[in-house]
Design a protein around this ligand. Structure first.
Ligand SMILES: *Cc1c(COP(=O)(O)O)cnc(C)c1O
Length: 380
């Protein structure tokens, strides 16, 4: 089955009760048993829910995995991965990371004795000196949020395999339409399904996909034992979002390319960070491992000040100033004071998240309206 068919049919079959084509929202906590322990595969909705199951099957299909495991948020999904570890274990993570992931690692899990190393992964080999016998997990994001750095997944997977370390990839920015980390050798794919998977800015949800039975069993155990599950209504919406993922992301890419090109040539812009531009340092890796460059980008103002960035985001009309990304509507953000405020200023600035940085989630509106909006915001 090709990807554009998988989004619609992958892992799906008409509901057994009445043949409904869309999976019903099984808004129930429990299921009748005919005698103790005699049930139809569902006992309690923390453990299993048919709507959630349909979504998990769909996610496994579009990521070329065998098992999908969903959670109440992207961070709950990451939390489940870290719960695979024990005190004393070490994680190597990219140093340009979603702020909430950084906060979870440093503020929660360091207290439980898990050690995190944050390192630039523009060159995959640069992690090797950090690997030791306690290293259990490599955590990467590519493209990264918000600097759009690209990490070579295949190379990283080869390193992870040689040291018998798990490789997890946060695939939120790329989406499975553009990049399939399991095929490139990763062990775990993670999504904030809040973003492109849901695609309509109406849910908060997280997902993991794996292709290894034993690893899946461990993660299902954590999903049930810790209980940060996704509710049936949200699962239904995510499943509906997936059905148009391929058409949405295709348009996101087209619009983003035009916006990146516009910004790249604008006198009031200093630098544009978009993997589709040939000026991007790892453009060649993006080209090799992604089938398109996505809808996310960031740029710095030529003035280089907080005021200049704030002035622009306040003037934008179609690019609503808001956290989050990946919905059909365009959004703008100021990472230093919004999504990445939980990272200390020195740490932030080291990776390029300066006060003059603006992040755009380019939506699927008519691109000429988006360019006109940017035009009026720059014309101050
Ligand atoms: C939003 C986001 C997360 C966290 O997901 P939530 O659904 O907000 O918990 C993790 N990684 C990336 C790249 C994100 O953009």
């Amino acid at each position: 089955m090709k990807f554009n068919t998988k989004t619609i049919h992958g892992g799906q079959s008409p509901d057994k009760a009445y043949g409904s084509v869309m999976p019903p929202i099984y808004q129930t906590s429990t299921y009748a048993q005919s005698s103790p322990g005699q049930h139809q595969g569902f006992e309690y909705s923390r453990t299993h829910n048919p709507t959630r199951h349909a979504l998990e099957q769909s996610l496994a299909s579009i990521e070329n995995g065998t098992h999908g495991i969903t959670f109440g948020s992207g961070l709950a999904a990451i939390d489940a991965v870290i719960k695979l570890l024990n005190p004393g274990d070490e994680v190597i993570a990219t140093n340009d990371l979603y702020g909430g992931s950084y906060r979870l690692f440093t503020k929660i899990y360091e207290r439980f004795g898990v050690k995190f190393h944050f390192v630039s992964m523009k060159d995959a080999a640069s992690i090797e000196p950090l690997v030791n016998k306690n290293t259990k997990l490599i955590w990467i994001e590519t493209p990264t949020n918000p600097m759009l750095n690209i990490i070579d997944i295949k190379k990283m997977a080869a390193i992870a395999k040689s040291y018998k370390v798990l490789l997890a990839v946060d695939n939120t920015f790329a989406t499975p339409y553009l990049q399939q980390p399991l095929d490139l050798g990763a062990d775990i794919v993670m999504h904030s399904a809040t973003k492109y998977i849901g695609g309509h800015s109406d849910i908060v949800m997280g997902a993991l996909v794996v292709k290894n039975e034993a690893l899946a069993e461990k993660l299902y155990f954590i999903q049930n034992a810790s209980g940060a599950i996704a509710g049936p209504q949200d699962c239904f919406l995510a499943l509906r979002g997936i059905k148009t993922l391929h058409v949405r992301v295709q348009r996101h890419c087209e619009n983003a390319f035009a916006v990146a090109d516009y910004l790249h040539n604008h006198p009031k812009v200093a630098q544009v960070f978009y993997p589709g531009l040939t000026s991007h340092p790892n453009h060649h890796i993006a080209k090799a491992q992604m089938s398109g460059f996505g809808g996310m980008m960031s740029f710095t103002t030529a003035e280089g000040t907080l005021e200049s960035a704030v002035k622009i985001v306040k003037k934008l009309k179609y690019f609503t100033l808001a956290e989050s990304l990946g919905g059909v509507e365009s959004l703008s953000g100021h990472p230093a004071s919004m999504t990445h405020a939980s990272i200390p200023k020195e740490e932030r600035e080291k990776v390029g998240v300066t006060d003059a940085l603006i992040r755009l989630s380019v939506g699927i509106e008519d691109v000429s309206d988006l360019l006109a909006d940017l035009d009026q915001a720059f014309r101050l």
